[in-house]
Design a protein around this ligand. Sequence first.
Ligand SMILES: CC(C)(COP(=O)(O)OP(=O)(O)OC[C@H]1O[C@@H](n2cnc3c(N)ncnc32)[C@H](O)[C@@H]1OP(=O)(O)O)[C@@H](O)C(=O)NCCC(=O)NCCS
Length: 175
Amino acid sequence: MRIRDAEADDWPPIWAFARPIIAAGETYPWPRDTSEAWARAYWMERERPASRLVAETEPGDGCAGVAESGRVAGTVEIHPNLPGQGSHVANAGFMVDPAFRGRGVGRALGEAALDRAVKDGFHAMQFNAVVETNTGAVKLWRSLGFETLATVPEGFRHPELGLVGMHIMYKLLES
Ligand SMILES: CC(C)(COP(=O)(O)OP(=O)(O)OC[C@H]1O[C@@H](n2cnc3c(N)ncnc32)[C@H](O)[C@@H]1OP(=O)(O)O)[C@@H](O)C(=O)NCCC(=O)NCCS
């Protein structure tokens, strides 16, 4: 698997898996009918220090054999969590194509996002909205060194489970 900066041509394959992830309403606090134009602007078009990466399949890696190489298996976007005096803390969003889950793509993107945030001079990374029932993601972020600072009680309306908690997760970055 190769992690590289996303390019404009990567958007159609990203949207192909992002759209159902958003529409499911289980992991992202975005409107379930978020438009492609809004999502593309959010993910692809914000200026530096925002950035975005993709994980692309390569022959010979764990992803080969399930698809041709050169397929976008997942993506992360990184941006300042707040403007102005809060802009030294990064925020990031991750999505992995369900066809490639459980193969280390999310972990590789998480590590790459942390590296990128350090290189871009961020002081820490914060996730504002990790749905507590998204146990795979919670486990992954904990294993990458994130701690849960607080849980917003009933902060997320899950379409199947009703009101569930939403974790604020944080990691201080080493420069
Ligand atoms: C969360 C997500 C990015 C993980 O991607 P992934 O490629 O499946 O993750 P990985 O294969 O790298 O798994 C890494 C670790 O995460 C954990 N994990 C991931 N999915 C899991 C699951 N379904 N159940 C339990 N643990 C899971 C495991 O601890 C795994 O540990 P390991 O490396 O020791 O095996 C992916 O499921 C996704 O895109 N989900 C929808 C969008 C989303 O939830 N984004 C994050 C919002 S906070």
